[in-house]
Design a protein around this ligand. Structure first.
Ligand code: LLP
Length: 427
């Protein structure tokens, strides 16, 4: 179910006109749909229900406290990757036991903080971290649950910057070394190392790499069992796809059909860490056109939204469908995605005001005529959008709103000049 739809020639988010939000709150603004978050969370938890997984929403994909509260209300647990994210989850009311703490470079202070707060499980990425964690467990005299993030050397087929499960990546511990570490820590009185964590990249637009990584993990678990080392937890990570270009990502049910038979009768507790499959298509970014410009070779639509608001196109050459918010009936898009090319459209680059040639939101797009003042919606922006924004060029971060039917809740105010300089003024 799509909660961002054109009706009478103008974009609606649920029962609210996107243009009205921009008029009231200005631009650029992130607009999220409560119904979309809800549907996406339920579709993944329902699809995997036979495994009774703990669905740990990956906070990093969209970390707004109001979104975390919404998801917690739906039954989500949380995947955190820093003390900051652990604190967000706690502030959103999460039970500490429902937080898994991942991250390749946790500091000792972060680990101590998470032990004090009694987080549910640490996903450990290096032998050094494991040593520190066991020492802290002893110092705090607390039982600490941990999983090793195992690097299965499986190609997720993603952009190289978001591939994490190959030998050459910094993430996880290779199989052979993991085997030794499980044996070494098998009898630690306080550090309970009884889990395997996997996450090979994102977005993984096929179930096949999951099958491969899980099969390797199950072999490891069996080998350990043969040595009387018991693993009772398998965390199958995140990375499930979302449609950006149109129809490229498997459905939750397709992932589930491939994964469930592998682990169903293994008696393992299952954790999943979906982020973008829940958040990406639950948010759009609305920008306003500030200028248009024609050169000998190119047409530019310049908007007040920039790489500082949405860096994915600049960083990964990621595709986000972009379209005017109020194109009229004649240019109402029949569907979204890369293949759309309507009569009367022309080829433009949608760019921002930042002083970098990488500052674009869309390149070579067939768009209807655009004039100064026109609003443009950039779709599938709910994941790794607002969270990756910056203040480069002294640009205050965008506002964020959560729409629920006809009601619009401001969930992050637009930053001000004072926000930009506050940490400098106070010293
Ligand atoms: N679990 C772990 C250990 C992760 O590192 C990540 C994402 C996830 C779960 C959630 O992955 P998701 O389900 O959201 O795909 N900035 C990049 C994505 C980086 C992903 C980092 N890790 C992008 O904009 O595509």
């Amino acid at each position: 179910m799509d909660h961002f739809k054109y009706s009478n020639g103008t974009l609606q988010c649920e029962g609210t006109e996107a243009a009205a939000i921009a008029e009231e709150l200005g631009t650029p603004t992130y607009v999220y749909s409560k119904a979309a978050f809800t549907d996406h969370f339920r579709s993944i938890s329902d699809a995997f229900a036979p495994l009774r997984p703990k669905v740990c929403y990956s906070i990093k994909s969209c970390h707004n406290l109001h979104i975390l509260r919404l998801l917690r209300g739906l039954g989500a647990a949380f995947d955190a990757v820093s003390a900051g994210e652990v604190r967000r989850a706690l502030e959103a009311g999460a039970n500490p036991q429902d937080i898994v703490f991942a991250g390749v470079g946790k500091t000792e202070a972060e680990m101590a903080f998470a032990i004090e707060r009694n987080v549910g499980c640490f996903n450990v990425e290096t032998p050094t971290e494991l040593e520190t964690l066991s020492r802290l467990a002893t110092e705090f005299n607390r039982e600490v649950r941990a999983a090793l993030r195992v690097n299965p050397d499986v190609d997720a087929g993603t952009h190289p910057y978001t591939t994490t499960g190959k030998d050459e990546n910094k993430f996880g511990i290779e199989m052979g070394q993991a085997r030794e570490l499980y044996a070494q820590y098998a009898h630690h009185p306080l550090l309970k190392l009884a889990g395997v964590h996997l996450h090979i990249g994102s977005p993984v637009n096929s179930a096949e790499p999951y099958v491969e990584m899980i099969t390797k993990a199950l072999t490891l678990i069996d080998e350990l069992l043969a040595k009387n080392i018991y693993i009772n937890l398998l965390n199958i990570g995140g990375g499930y796809g979302a449609d950006y270009e149109g129809g490229e990502s498997p459905t939750a049910a397709q992932y589930a059909d491939a994964i469930i038979p592998l682990v169903k009768d293994r008696g393992l507790a299952i954790i999943m860490e979906p982020g973008r499959s829940i958040s990406a298509n639950a948010g759009i970014l609305i920008c306003r056109t500030t200028s248009v410009k024609q050169t000998k070779t190119k047409s530019f639509v310049i908007t007040d939204g920039a790489m500082t608001d949405l860096i994915r196109p600049a960083l990964y050459q990621a595709y986000h469908f972009a379209w005017p918010v109020a194109p009229g009936e004649a240019f109402t898009p029949p569907h979204r995605g890369k293949s759309l090319r309507l009569d009367g459209t022309s080829l433009v680059d949608i760019v921002g005001p930042v002083c970098e040639s990488s500052d674009f939101l869309g390149k070579d797009r067939w768009l209807p005529p655009i004039n100064k003042g026109d609003l443009i919606a950039v779709f599938s922006a709910g994941a790794y959008g607002a969270v990756m924004s910056s203040q480069y060029n002294s640009r205050p971060r965008a506002a964020e709103v959560l729409v629920d039917g006809e009601s619009v809740q401001l969930i992050r105010r637009r930053e001000t000049y004072d926000d930009l300089v506050a940490a400098e003024r106070e010293v």
